[in-house]
Ligand binder design. Structure first.
Ligand SMILES: Cc1cc2nc3c(=O)[nH]c(=O)nc-3n(C[C@H](O)[C@H](O)[C@H](O)COP(=O)(O)OP(=O)(O)OC[C@H]3O[C@@H](n4cnc5c(N)ncnc54)[C@H](O)[C@@H]3O)c2cc1C
Length: 463
């Protein structure tokens, strides 16, 4: 009883100290505050804090330490599913902290912890610059970058984590650190690809690139042509330069009234690409794909902000379930299995293959915990799960696709495409995982900071 009163008092004091807002179970805004982008994830933390400042983050850490609670930083909740039950945890939402500054001279962006790609891409484009943004404009910049960051410029510019030049973060001890290659270098290494286990990031600074537009688009084919389309795409990939990043996928649009009639309820085999090429070069490169006779061809020169629509991600929070895997190669037999399994998986909205290689390959890497992907393709399968029945059908189909593609799996996984828990050694490799555990032990020995893909401190040093 005494403990409960102490908790309540401490949380009352926290509520008055904050620039932002504390929301507790039972309050009118509780359901909105605890909601993740993934609407099917039912987050039930001890409390939610909507942080407005670095000071808020420090106040939350101080109170959590005093009360023996943990802190789970979250920007959007795009990858909330693996977090698991949040008992004894304060969910620290950074969504109110969305300030973005672009320095055109140094070509560096500085963003607060809750910034989304839609806050950065158009602001950078005003200066003729591009960021290594992901496919969906409402993904959080920090969560995406801590997990690696696979963009439409990935094969020419590498993972987004490699472009980070400085990080500001509050540690489990409550200290605000500025982190870079020469300041807390082990923490700088861990945060670039190792996820959010090590500290609570309050700001990120990263390089931008002088790219104003690309030739980008989608070729849509009837889904029953998937085998021929994806076999041709597979062969075509061996001829593309690193300045081209492309995706082959099966895509089933739900019968939603706000979709245009030519997409609503329709299923396609699709090839998407972003090409840093001149128009004649792009036309020449795309010719073998166009020779297949797509039903729709949207390729054209597009300013960088338009890439936000290329992958046709859901426009807002969605109930869904998905997971990814890394493939070492894509042989004709692999395409055969992919088309069979993904073709039969009619509960899934999308099953995609993203080509890796180029600047994403290990031999071109630059030094964070995950600075490359040792695989030829990243596969991601996802479906919409409005109810329990849909959820079990989607889960079964994701399993079936992963089972069918297992012979080509590298055994590794890409953190951002991992929406179920994976072994740390699969996400990071054995030696990087060991080093990450040492960093966690040094900066957060009592495991205060909770990540969706956690790296726990070394057991011998836990209290
Ligand atoms: C529709 C869709 C499209 C996507 N497209 C791409 C893509 O093109 N390329 C790609 O690489 N990924 C992509 N992803 C995956 C996405 O990058 C991950 O889901 C990423 O984790 C999302 O980050 P977030 O901050 O939005 O999510 P959140 O769920 O809010 O955060 C994920 C995790 O990041 C950590 N984190 C977040 N903020 C902080 C902080 N301030 N301090 C410390 N840790 C923090 C936490 O551990 C948190 O659990 C996509 C996902 C979806 C659903």
């Amino acid at each position: 009883m005494t403990t409960t009163v102490t908790h309540a008092d401490a949380l009352d004091r926290l509520a008055t100290d904050l620039d932002g807002t504390l929301v507790r179970p039972g309050e009118a805004s509780w359901d909105a505050a605890r909601q993740a982008w993934h609407l099917s994830v039912d987050q039930r933390p001890a409390a939610v804090v909507l942080a407005r400042s670095v000071r808020d983050v420090q106040c939350v850490v101080a109170v959590a330490r005093r009360l023996g609670l943990r802190v789970a930083p979250q920007s959007t909740g795009h990858n909330a599913a693996p977090l698991g039950p949040l008992d004894g945890t304060i969910l620290l939402k950074t969504s109110p902290m969305r300030a973005v500054q672009i320095d055109p001279q140094t070509r560096v962006a500085r963003v607060e912890a809750g910034a989304l790609w839609m806050d950065v891409t158009p602001a950078a484009a005003e200066h003729g610059l591009a960021a290594l943004a992901g496919s969906a404009p409402d993904v959080g910049v920090v969560g995406y970058t801590l997990g690696g960051g696979l963009s439409w410029l990935g094969r020419s510019h590498g993972l987004a984590a490699n472009s980070v030049v400085a990080i500001e973060a509050v540690t489990a001890a409550g200290e605000l650190l500025r982190i870079g290659p020469d300041r807390h270098p082990e923490l700088f290494w861990a945060l670039r690809g190792g996820g959010g286990s090590f500290a609570i990031v309050t700001a990120l600074e990263f390089r931008l690139y002088p790219i104003t537009d690309v030739v980008a688009g989608v070729l849509f084919f009837p889904i029953d042509r998937a085998w021929a389309v994806l076999q041709t795409w597979r062969t075509w990939l061996s001829s593309v330069p690193d300045t081209v990043t492309s995706v082959g996928r099966l895509l089933r649009f739900p019968p939603l009234p706000d979709l245009p009639p030519h997409l609503r309820g329709q299923s396609f085999a699709v090839i998407e690409a972003a090409c840093q090429l001149t128009d004649p070069e792009a036309d020449e490169l795309l010719a073998p794909l166009r020779a297949l006779g797509p039903a729709m061809d949207t390729f054209r020169r597009a300013p960088m902000p338009e890439l936000a629509a290329l992958h046709m991600d859901p426009p807002g929070p969605t109930p869904g379930y998905g997971d990814g895997m890394l493939l070492g190669e894509l042989s004709p037999q692999a395409i055969e299995s992919f088309v069979q399994a993904a073709g039969a998986a009619d509960a899934l909205l999308s099953v995609e293959l993203r080509q890796l290689g180029g600047a994403l390959a290990p031999e071109r890497s630059e030094g964070g915990a995950v600075d490359s992907l040792d695989a030829a393709f990243a596969l991601f399968a996802v479906g919409i799960t409005p109810d329990a029945r849909a959820a079990s059908a989607v889960r079964a189909d994701v399993d079936a696709v992963q089972h069918a593609m297992a012979p080509w799996s590298t055994g590794g996984a890409y953190l951002n495409f991992a929406e179920r828990r994976k072994a740390g050694t699969a996400l990071f490799g054995a030696s990087a995982y060991e080093r990450l555990q040492a960093v966690k032990t040094a900066y957060d020995p009592h495991d205060l900071v909770r990540a969706n893909h956690p790296v726990p401190p070394l057991p011998t040093l836990r209290a």
